[in-house]
Design a protein around this ligand. Sequence first.
Ligand code: BDR
Ligand code: CA
Length: 328
Amino acid sequence: MTRILYDTDLIGDDLLTIIAAAGLKDVRVEGITGFGRRIPAVERAEIAALLCHALGLRGVPTAGGADRPLLNPPRKGCEACDGPITSFRQRMRERAGREASGDILPDPRGAVPLIVETIRNNPGEITLLGTGPFTNLAQAVLQAPDIAEKVKEVVIMGGTAWTPGNTSVVSESNVFTDPHAAAVLFERFPAVTMVGLDVTLKTLVDESVLASLEMKDGGSARRLVLEMVQGIIRACCEVQLARRGTRAMPLHDPLSLLVAWDPSLVKLLPCDIRVELSGTHTCGMTVCTALSRSEAGARSHRVAVEVDSRRAVDTFVSCLKNVFDAVD
Ligand code: BDR
Ligand code: CA
């Protein structure tokens, strides 16, 4: 069983990651913590709670965390998926109000206590999955350094080793948004698995995938989830067409979940990873130095350098199918 504590900015493919987790065998989501921008973190956490409710994932605590990076000014980030996400929230709120359910409110403890307590209460059991700026994770490990030794592993979507960045020429968005937090992450946790642009940009889905996600029965909360999925995939394909000339969406965050579940989907290279914090043009660069056999050990970071993208995409699509084929 892979027990995931998921820290995320919940902006698009992050939500697809939660949905994929619900369709993945032997994965349990132990909690979801949010980073906020445009939509504050606590509202992002509410969206995660509504999504878990719609998916029938009961008892998953969700909590809001930081609304800005450790030191840098806030960045607005990509707004492309805000429409489908806020529409899902509105329609789920109406439904949930009618059902008067108690498990749709974010956990009042907030993100950092939730992260720290979950790891301390389950030593050696929890996989930390990070797919947003790493502010909450950095704050957690700075406040409670012991969690670095108590997690089972840390897997992130973020950074890029040898592929150009997607936010600056050399920097990936999650790292670029809060480079200081990313630096803390790589310094304090002894073995981080970095699933970055080197592999996520090779793992693409296009809108044809939507044809396989039809639902037979209508009217359920799951249908609202499906409509959000359709909206997110269409919006992300549109963005990629404008940015890269290809109408296909990279599975950034879902791939990191899949790697946490089955690392054989990628080839992992032991590396020393440092985050550039002072370069005028290179701030947020993840500087990855491959380690020799004698230097590498159980406690070295690892960078995903190759991916079986066919198998990753097929697994992702079958997770979604499992979710939408399930009866409410
Ligand atoms: C990362 O940035 C976010 O926008 C995506 O959800 C993903 O985590 C890609 O650079
Ligand atoms: Ca993300």
